[in-house]
Ligand binder design. Structure first.
Ligand code: URA
Length: 260
């Protein structure tokens, strides 16, 4: 990678403004390879130099990709007047400018949210054309109906007359009211409205996988994990419902049945 100015590097890799950076430099908080640097124009090479701010290393990332296990009560937005946002849950070391949630979960929903500053990837994940599946585990108020698999496969018509793309759904093994569903689109409250259309009610909804990337079981509710290149590729990988469902059933379905 080419050399670049220290202040420009810090601006692209952190949430600090130009003014914050000037202050940090002036207060001797910035070091390059262990030596304090106060000149923002100082040239660094991110591949070779170790840059620290207040003792914390700032590693170069062209883009940042974070998986968050969203708790209920947070909104998927960058700012909100009334509610805390998912962006507020990102720890300082992963924060930088322009992060946004790629796709929405409702305020009361939980689970996997991708947060990134890569607009192109965000768009790819959300566009139904790219066929990136999202997988949800859902607790229903009533029993899972015998006709649900067929009705979802044929395409549900929502209460307002809107049609949904065909979707796959199954009842989780050893349960009567925990469903596993695959969607390729993201209409407003879609899962809840699909089950309302078959006269059921979603009591709880957790997203557990996007494309070929499962949410790591070690990410606690409200916690984040940075994902690197290989995992970003998994996100974009086409998946097959039967394979994802059988792997889920083997590994996690009893976990979810107890948890939901
Ligand atoms: N469908 C819903 O109804 N809610 C979500 O949060 C996600 C999908």
């Amino acid at each position: 990678m080419k050399s670049q100015r220290l202040d420009k590097f810090l601006s692209s890799q952190t949430v600090y403004t130009r003014t914050d950076i000037s202050k940090l430099l002036w207060k001797r908080k910035v070091s390059v390879n262990g030596k304090t640097v106060r000149d923002g124009e100082f040239k660094i090479n991110p591949d070779l130099d170790r840059i620290e701010v207040s003792g914390r290393e700032i590693k170069y990332r062209e883009n940042m990709y974070i998986v968050l296990n969203k708790p209920a009560g947070y909104v998927c937005a960058t700012e909100d007047k009334n509610d805390p946002t998912v962006i507020g849950l990102i720890p300082e070391e992963l924060r930088r400018k322009d992060l946004f949630p790629a796709g929405r979960l409702d305020k009361d929903s939980e689970g996997m949210v991708l947060i990134t500053d890569d607009g192109t990837l965000g768009h790819k994940i959300l566009s139904p054309k790219n066929h990136i599946a999202k997988y949800y585990v859902v607790k229903l108020a009533e029993r899972f109906g015998e006709n649900y698999e067929r009705l979802f496969r044929e395409g549900i018509t929502l209460g307002n007359g809107e049609s949904c793309l065909p979707a796959a759904v199954r009842c989780c093994p050893d349960s009567e009211n925990i469903a596993f569903i695959e969607l390729f689109e993201g209409k407003y409250h879609q899962v809840k409205r699909m089950f309302a259309a078959v006269e059921n009610h979603v009591e709880k909804l957790v997203r557990i996988q996007m494309g070929g990337l499962e949410m790591h079981a070690g990410i606690g509710i409200g916690e984040c994990m940075e994902i690197l290149h290989n995992d970003v590729e998994k996100l974009l990988k086409p998946t097959r419902f039967d394979e994802v469902f059988s792997s889920f059933s083997e590994k996690f379905s009893s976990y979810w049945i107890n948890k939901l």
